[in-house]
Design a binder for this molecule. Structure first.
Ligand SMILES: [Zn+2]
Length: 203
């Protein structure tokens, strides 16, 4: 824990001091990020570090395997959907980026049937990506594709599809006010890929 406090002190002395005017402006007029990032909770894929953003630049929600659930108004707790609603309806972001990554533990758990994992919450949560698992298993059987990577890619596509199930997202996309993106960070090579025409390609 000590290293976190030390890190904070360094931040206070350097970055906070350097960005003092920016923080004051963000306090005075509030935040107005233009993009929302839905990333994985994985400690290796921090969007702010990856994209070198300044405070106030991106609105981020992180969860297990960067998944977007389908639109559902049941009485349960919808953390990711609540963040989406705030970013899209209140902050009016112009871009929503689903940011997947290589070596995702959540995706690996889904592929390995949650072996050795507690599954109070992870198993039902990961069911969002069940169609991605099916495709990945199929692709690896038929074409020898890397099931993990394939599932990581397909899960981003599932989340992009689910984004469209939110009526106020679909409406803004149709009106040209909002763009949805699928990105993938390859931890192993440091490469960032972008979904274009159903394929992930280097940016
Ligand atoms: Zn992950």
């Amino acid at each position: 824990m000590l290293s976190l406090i030390e890190g904070y002190r360094r931040f206070r002395e350097t970055a906070y001091r350097e960005h003092r005017a920016l923080y004051e402006a963000l306090v005075a007029r509030g935040q107005s990020p233009r993009a929302m990032v839905i990333g994985c909770s994985d400690s290796r894929v921090d969007p702010a570090i990856l994209f070198g953003t300044e405070p106030g630049e991106i609105f981020v929600v992180r969860n297990v395997a960067n998944l977007v659930p389908p639109f559902a108004q049941s009485g349960n707790y919808h953390g990711t959907s609540a963040a989406l609603e705030f970013a899209v309806r209140s902050l009016e972001v112009e871009h929503v980026i689903v940011l997947g990554h290589a070596r995702c533990g959540g995706i690996a758990a889904l592929l390995n049937n949650f072996a050795g994992l507690g599954s109070d919450f992870i198993r039902p949560w990961m069911q969002i990506a069940a169609p991605a698992r099916e495709k990945a298993v199929d692709q690896s059987r038929k074409a020898g594709a890397d099931a993990q990577r394939c599932c990581e890619h397909e899960a981003i596509k599932v989340s992009l599809g689910n984004l469209q199930s939110f009526p106020w997202i679909a409406e803004r996309v149709r009106a040209g006010k909002l763009q949805l993106h699928g990105w993938y960070f390859d931890l192993e090579t440091g490469e960032l890929l972008q979904l274009r025409d159903e394929h992930f390609q280097p940016v």
